[in-house]
Design a protein around this ligand. Structure first.
Ligand SMILES: [Zn+2]
Ligand SMILES: [Zn+2]
Length: 183
């Protein structure tokens, strides 16, 4: 599988590198690269009342980009703005199940967001987990009941911290099958 990492707006390069590394190590037969040109954050995604961005609108832009690009099976967008989706106060990410695109937000992964002291290692580990999780969804993997599996649903940052940056055997097998079927 070929995965492109697409920055939407400004994202720190070392974060993209760590996400790239996490995806490469997790999925079988996979090469990952960071797309050089960022996509601007779509202005119509901003919700003034909420002071947040609509995740679905941004994800759709990533999907359109992925559909036009012939270089990648999957494109993962990375934003550093606060995102929400209808019915939820915030999300760490969103993806199309069995689709070509996923999206993660770094905004709520920073320890400072929770008034904790900065911890770069923790922040990067969280970014890896969320990235693997959303790419997993694009490979038709649903939420996993095992709380340590990276495909477990994160309702809050505590769930993200509890799970590992690894797929359980069952989820791994599912991704391996989906990747083999990409041809
Ligand atoms: Zn999920
Ligand atoms: Zn699992």
């Amino acid at each position: 599988m070929k995965v492109g990492i697409l920055q939407v707006g400004q994202v720190a390069p070392h974060v993209l590198a760590v996400v790239e590394d996490g995806l490469t190590k997790t999925f079988p037969d996979t090469s990952v690269s960071v797309i050089r040109e960022p996509l601007p954050v779509p202005l119509n995604a901003f919700d003034k009342k909420r002071n947040q961005y609509n995740s679905t609108i941004i994800l759709n832009e990533v999907r359109v980009y992925a559909a036009k690009s012939h270089d990648f099976h999957r494109v993962l967008g990375v934003v550093d703005v606060d995102i929400f989706t209808s019915g939820l106060n915030y999300v760490f990410g969103e993806a199309y199940t069995s689709g070509n695109a996923g999206l993660i937000s770094l905004w709520r992964l920073k320890p400072e967001f929770y008034k904790d002291k900065p911890d770069m290692a923790l922040y990067l580990l969280r970014a890896q987990k969320e990235a693997i999780h959303e790419v997993g969804h694009t490979l038709n993997v649903r939420h996993c009941p095992r709380s340590l599996c990276v495909m477990h649903f994160s309702n809050s940052i505590f769930d993200t911290d509890k799970k590992q940056n690894l797929l359980c055997d069952e989820c791994y097998l599912q991704t391996a099958i989906a990747i083999a079927n990409l041809g």
